[in-house]
Design a protein around this ligand. Sequence first.
Ligand SMILES: Nc1ncnc2c1ncn2[C@@H]1O[C@H](COP(=O)(O)OP(=O)(O)OP(=O)(O)O)[C@@H](O)[C@H]1O
Length: 347
Amino acid sequence: MIEVEGLTKRYGRKLAVDHLSFQVRPGVVTGFLGPNGAGKSTTMRMMLDLDNPTSGSVRINGQGYHDLPDPLKHIGALLEAKAMHGGRTAYNNLLCLAQSNRIPRRRVDEVLDMVGLTAVAKKKSKGFSLGMGQRLGIASALLGNPEILMFDEPVNGLDPEGIHWIRNLMKALAAEGRTIFVSSHLMSEMALTADHLIVIGQGRLLANTSMADFIHQNSRSYARLRSPQPEQLRDVLRDAGYAVTEAGGGALEIDGAETERLGELAAEHRIVLHELSAQRASLEEAFMQMTAESVEYHAHTGGEEPGGQLPPGGGWGPEQAPQQAQQPAWGQGWNQGGRDGRRDKEI
Ligand SMILES: Nc1ncnc2c1ncn2[C@@H]1O[C@H](COP(=O)(O)OP(=O)(O)OP(=O)(O)O)[C@@H](O)[C@H]1O
């Protein structure tokens, strides 16, 4: 278990981490999400005593990191790929770590085997690819067989097989009752891996909730229908009191409606349906919905804004956004839906 209490970090005038309090529990994979610059790496560094908090504390299984005897046996971490000595072989890098933490030599062979680097164990790590460096970093995290593991962007540089492997490894480690804390910007990957989420924005806690609740609370659920008789279907639905939205490709969408009732209505009016499905937004959409107000670094290249709307002039920072005045204050209103530019028009 990791306990974070009132954790705060100030770099000069920049408040990187702002009174964060949460617990990371054993037995599940906990995802750590936040836009660029939200304070994730700073928080993780403070958890490992690599950075001093301005105030607040972190406890690792009830103790401060510096009070842990042989810390690698309690907490293993992958913070930065290739944080190893490039002139040493993969084996020697791990052996040095093992010796300084009173970990038996045979464990080095075990973890090299676990991460698939046995064949290159005697090669210098400076010649490793990004993915191999990432695997070596994961081997070092596993070296002390710790109860707690932290991974900062672990799938960076990994190929699809490697991504699949790290996902299953994290799940298996959690199933053994370990505490797994992982950050990633890859939402599709996080959705497949994490059971619980800690979300931060501008250093502050935005959510501490299960994956299912996070998606449920931060996204719109709707039913989608397609029919070869679209006008007739639309009229029937409208007469029944539904607010029908026309989506692309001839599909109709209805917020919050039960598919059973829609199917019955279509059947009553002998309307053929080619599609009737319940839709829920992805983790990525829910994340963008929630953190839209706390994104510090916007691209100015004419792409779509997080809400899916293309602003006139092609994009802006938060300080210039004309729609900002109508939006809720930062961190508020995130579960009310609505900033969804996907729909074409209401009819
Ligand atoms: N050593 C430092 N000195 C000054 N400012 C720093 C330092 N480290 C981080 N910061 C600032 O603190 C804020 C949080 O940075 P941090 O790297 O923790 O964010 P992050 O959530 O990990 O971002 P990313 O997703 O981009 O990796 C940023 O504004 C960053 O510029």
